[in-house]
Design a protein around this ligand. Structure first.
Ligand SMILES: Cc1cc2nc3c(=O)[nH]c(=O)nc-3n(C[C@H](O)[C@H](O)[C@H](O)COP(=O)(O)OP(=O)(O)OC[C@H]3O[C@@H](n4cnc5c(N)ncnc54)[C@H](O)[C@@H]3O)c2cc1C
Length: 362
């Protein structure tokens, strides 16, 4: 040990990289190491594009991080020994830390409905998308949330003539304003996506999803997009977590049970406007990552950490490459009246996606 403060950042997604980048700029007296199972940055918010056959190139993590004086370890973290302050890695190695930033993100929730893990595809991680083949016959996209909507639109636009069915409990975009919902429906229909709302999937079979009314939707492929789940590493290591395994944080994003650990992004439970938990999003991962870095620095230098403050501004959905919806929202994420649609919205969304990647890039 050199006497330098050792900061280990677990996860090189939006939150982890935003934290590392901020730390490298300001914590010159620390040794920062980022750990990730991938060698290249995964631009998760473009995975629906990749799933429909578009090439998205990720940048080399080691090259960019090391150029900024940040260490990079390409490994999977399998455990955290919080007493010894050590992260255990899959390759048999281990990394000691003085402060840990936990930002391991999320993956598709494939456990809550029988058959999903065995018979459905998903688009939540790079591995999921690499495994998604396009084939003749119906593609049933389950979940009419933003991932399901964006994926259905992208598949239909990239594969004209393909049959894409969007199955959801509610209408697509039900949480948005009436105008936004109407535009989403119109655009999906224009792209040829079939929409079935009020459809509760109880099981996924090799033949397709089986619904609560007993009927089977015969599909060549079922894609599951109904939600994310977080790694169980924090729970296994004894950190205080919620029932989903997200790290419980205080107002400065520090673990409520382990003062040397800070958490950000999808894997952290963070209180947002009105005390409501922040939703899992790139839009929340970036600011929580930056704030966790500020809190680490404040603690290292004996200063009082600021409380995390956040307000939502926009919700942006792409509907293929040439259309979209930009919904202006209130501080608490509730939709306001203003909505942009069409090419302008597609342009805004593309700019935001680029800015998000640039904000994470060291
Ligand atoms: C198709 C799709 C579209 C989306 N669109 C939007 C959008 O338009 N707007 C928006 O705000 N959000 C969007 N999201 C959500 C957004 O991608 C996530 O909320 C965001 O990526 C979370 O960032 P994160 O840094 O917490 O985690 P991630 O980006 O998931 O990064 C976590 C990192 O941790 C690594 N990791 C995980 N476990 C381990 C381990 N044990 N050891 C080592 N490394 C590990 C992973 O390899 C990964 O690099 C979308 C998601 C998907 C799937």
């Amino acid at each position: 040990m050199t006497g330098q403060h050792r900061i280990v950042v677990l996860g090189a997604g939006y939150a982890g990289l935003a934290a590392a980048r901020r730390l490298a700029r300001t914590a010159r007296d620390a040794r920062i190491t980022v750990v990730d199972a991938h060698t290249a940055f995964v631009e998760r918010i473009r995975l629906h594009q990749q799933a429909s056959g578009q090439r998205i190139s990720g940048w080399d993590l080691r090259k960019l991080l090391e150029r900024k004086g940040i260490g990079f370890v390409n490994a999977r973290a399998t455990d955290i020994d919080t007493a010894a302050k050590r992260v255990i890695l899959d390759a048999g190695g281990a990394l000691d830390y003085d402060t840990l930033v936990y930002a391991l993100g999320s993956s598709a929730d494939v456990q809550s409905v029988p058959g999903v893990a065995e018979h459905a595809y998903s688009v939540a991680t790079q591995e999921d998308v690499s495994a998604l083949p396009m084939r003749d016959g119906l593609v049933a996209v389950v979940g009419a949330g933003s991932t399901g909507i964006e994926l259905a639109a992208e598949l239909a636009e990239s594969h004209p003539g393909a049959r894409v069915l969007l199955l959801g409990l509610e209408d697509p975009g039900a949480w948005l304003s009436v105008r936004a919902q109407a535009h989403i429906r119109r655009t999906l229909e224009r792209l040829g996506v079939e929409i079935r709302s009020g459809a509760k999937v109880l099981e996924v079979t090799p033949q397709g999803p089986r619904l609560a009314d007993g009927s089977l939707v015969e599909a060549a492929a079922t894609v599951w997009t109904t939600g994310f789940r977080v790694p169980d590493l924090a729970a296994r290591a004894g950190l205080a977590v919620d029932s989903d395994g997200r790290v419980l944080t205080d107002a400065t994003l520090r673990s409520v049970s382990h003062p040397d650990i800070f958490a950000a992004g999808d894997a952290a439970l963070v209180a947002g406007p009105g005390g409501r938990e922040l939703r899992m999003a790139c839009a929340t991962a970036l600011p929580t990552g930056k704030h966790a870095a500020d809190a680490v620095l404040a603690r290292m230098h004996g200063r009082q950490s600021q409380e995390f403050r956040f307000r939502y501004v926009l919700q942006c959905l792409s509907l293929g490459r040439r259309d979209g919806v930009v919904q202006v929202v209130r501080a608490d994420d509730a939709p306001a009246r203003t909505v942009l649609t069409g090419r302008t919205a597609a342009w805004v969304k593309e700019r935001i996606v680029r800015v998000a990647a640039a904000s994470a890039r060291p």
